[in-house]
Design a protein around this ligand. Structure first.
Ligand SMILES: C[S@@+](CC[C@H](N)C(=O)[O-])C[C@H]1O[C@@H](n2cnc3c(N)ncnc32)[C@H](O)[C@@H]1O
Length: 270
């Protein structure tokens, strides 16, 4: 979770104010927004990935750590997602409730408090080892969630390949800014293969307001415009069936959007 760099405040483009996410009470200046629209870093050991790994290795395995100092918004986030997921499960073409996957799962905040309420088994993918270990503990802290905990994959999403035709729902939140556009496209294609035919892929991400990509040098991530996600999802063969903005978050944060994607159905051959 990051504070936004809100260009609508009419500040000098080279000195936009944003809340310091490590200390939400202060304001820091960040360098001019870089347009990274064409960022292409195909080497997974490039500094874009290693810097992010280093950043997260120094973050505590707590709710506050997961949310960049905004731990207090966890329940607002989860309540909104709860309503969203219920709508998907009530839709005309609902996923089954057997197996879900939580991508960039951190300590399992979403797995335990959202996905495990609806799915029999939940697998997690998380790159940081200490978060992966804490996720196993956190998700086993009640009898009900303990029996729903599946496999915790301790690997980066850029290297993760789900088993084909496995998941009813795949949830990815506040992590995709850690993948380059190129790796994101390949990741989406693999996710599509990992979904069952009636499965749904939900992404929940910060987006920029003004059509540009913004880089956060602290955690080595990028924030993309909504349109970029739509384009990459379509190129990966997904149909975006719903896009909703989360409305109940405090001001000063990036806009947060949820998107539901379904695999495009193959045309029947006569
Ligand atoms: C902002 S936290 C969000 C965690 C969780 N999705 C939540 O909302 O509570 C970002 C998480 O993404 C993980 N992460 C960063 N880069 C990753 C990558 N390339 N692959 C998988 N996970 C990654 C971090 O270790 C961290 O746990």
């Amino acid at each position: 979770m990051s504070a936004e760099n809100d260009a609508s405040n009419e500040e000098s483009p080279s000195e936009k104010k944003t809340e310091d996410v490590t200390n939400p009470g202060t304001i820091r200046l960040i360098p001019e927004t870089k347009n990274l629209e064409n960022i292409k870093i195909s080497d997974e050991e490039s500094s874009f990935y290693t810097d992010a790994k280093d950043y997260w290795s120094n973050i505590p395995a707590t709710l506050d750590g997961m949310l960049g100092g905004f731990g207090y918004i966890s329940s607002l986030d989860l309540n909104f997602s709860e309503r969203y997921i219920r709508d998907i499960l009530k839709s005309a073409d609902p996923p089954q409730r057997l197996r879900a996957l939580d991508c960039g799962a951190g300590i399992g905040r979403i797995s335990k408090n959202l996905l495990m309420k609806h799915f029999e088994t939940v697998d997690l993918v998380e790159q940081d080892q200490k978060f992966s270990e804490e996720a196993k503990v956190y998700c086993s802290s009640s009898d009900d969630s303990a029996k729903r905990l599946g496999t915790v994959y301790n690997v980066g999403l850029q290297k993760f390949t789900p088993e084909p035709n496995t998941y009813d729902l795949i949830w990815s939140q506040w992590v995709l800014g850690h993948l380059t556009d190129e790796d994101l496209l390949e990741f989406f294609k693999r996710i599509k293969v990992g979904l069952k035919e009636t499965g749904a892929f939900v992404i929940k991400e910060n987006v920029t307001k003004h059509g540009t990509v913004e880089k956060d040098e602290d955690d080595s991530s990028i924030t993309r415009p909504l349109k970029t996600y739509e384009t990459i999802l379509k190129n990966a063969g997904f149909k975006v069936t719903q896009i909703v903005r989360q409305t109940n978050l405090p001001q000063g944060l990036f806009p947060v959007y949820l998107m539901t994607c379904r695999p495009k159905k193959k045309k029947a051959i006569n």
